[in-house]
Design a protein. Structure first.
Length: 257
């Protein structure tokens, strides 16, 4: 059996951060499905048409996020202490808008634009919410419909604060937040165009989304903290994704401060 050395394994992993394969590696197998003429995946994860949807507020209808951008940039911090105050639904609407709202869909529905950039306009992320304390919203697991700007009740209604803290290796402040944003990637959306080079782009894009959340939180007297330390299986189970074609990549608790 050919057992790889640590150095070899690390070298292979590092390839993911590069923009091309190393010389001498056969490329044909990696021809993107877009080039092969395979139709693109949907822009948004489909859902049953009779689903219960929650209306969200437009970001310009409330007096939110009006503090100068420069102030949000200067005062941004990872915040792990939240007050027991609930988040308003208008505030949650603003945070969802600021992180993932679709702002344009091409006529052929191959590409879309969102409030954040994405390589090839592929936008591989779905946003799930573990709601603990949001006014006019029952605690539970929801999914943001980024095209419709609405919330879909995903699965169970109930309080999952203990489960989410446990799934994040006991980081108790996460369960104490008002709501946890969970970003799950559907890698095929990006693989369709970029094949094996998709992963670098997907991870960079998660950073864009979370930075927008940091700044938007600062603008409404709230705080967040990026979280990459979580148990993969437990998180995927909590948001109800299969862990193969869709899985958690990044999350962020949000609360009033
Ligand atoms: C990719 C990434 C993963 C992180 N994961 C965690 C985490 O699991 N738990 C946590 O408490 N903070 C986490 N953080 C927050 C960092 O600890 C924090 O950004 C760092 O201490 C700098 O503090 P600042 O954000 O206030 O500038 C993470 C930050 C990033 C960017």
């Amino acid at each position: 059996m050919n057992i790889k050395s640590y150095d070899e394994m690390i070298r292979e992993r590092r390839l993911m951060l590069k923009s091309e394969e190393e010389e001498g590696i056969e490329h044909d197998e990696w021809t993107p499905h877009q080039i092969k003429g395979i139709p693109p995946p949907p822009l948004e994860k489909p859902y049953p048409k009779d689903s219960v949807l929650v209306e969200l507020a437009s970001p310009d209808c409330a007096d939110l996020g009006k503090i100068p951008l420069v102030k949000t940039i200067v005062q941004r911090r990872s915040r792990r202490k939240y007050s027991s105050k609930a988040l308003k639904l208008e505030e949650l609407s603003f945070l969802l808008y600021a992180t993932q709202r679709v702002t344009q869909v091409d006529e052929d529905r191959v590409r879309s634009k969102r409030v954040v950039p994405s390589g090839g306009a592929r936008h591989p992320f779905e946003t799930y919410l573990i709601v603990n304390r949001v006014e006019n919203l029952e605690p539970g697991v929801y999914r943001y419909l980024a095209i419709e700007h609405k919330l879909l009740v995903v699965d169970r209604i109930g309080l999952f604060s203990d489960e989410i803290s446990r799934a994040c290796f006991g980081q108790s402040f996460i369960g104490e937040s008002a709501v946890v944003f969970v970003w799950a990637a559907i890698p095929y959306r990006t693989e369709w165009r970029y094949s094996n080079l998709a992963y670098k782009s997907i991870l960079i894009e998660a950073g864009h989304i979370c930075q927008n959340l940091y700044l938007a939180c600062e603008a409404i007297g709230s705080g967040t903290c990026a979280i990459a330390a979580y148990n993969q299986k437990a998180m995927d189970l909590l948001i109800g994704v299969d862990g193969i074609d869709e899985f958690t990549v990044y999350l962020a608790p949000v609360g009033k401060i």
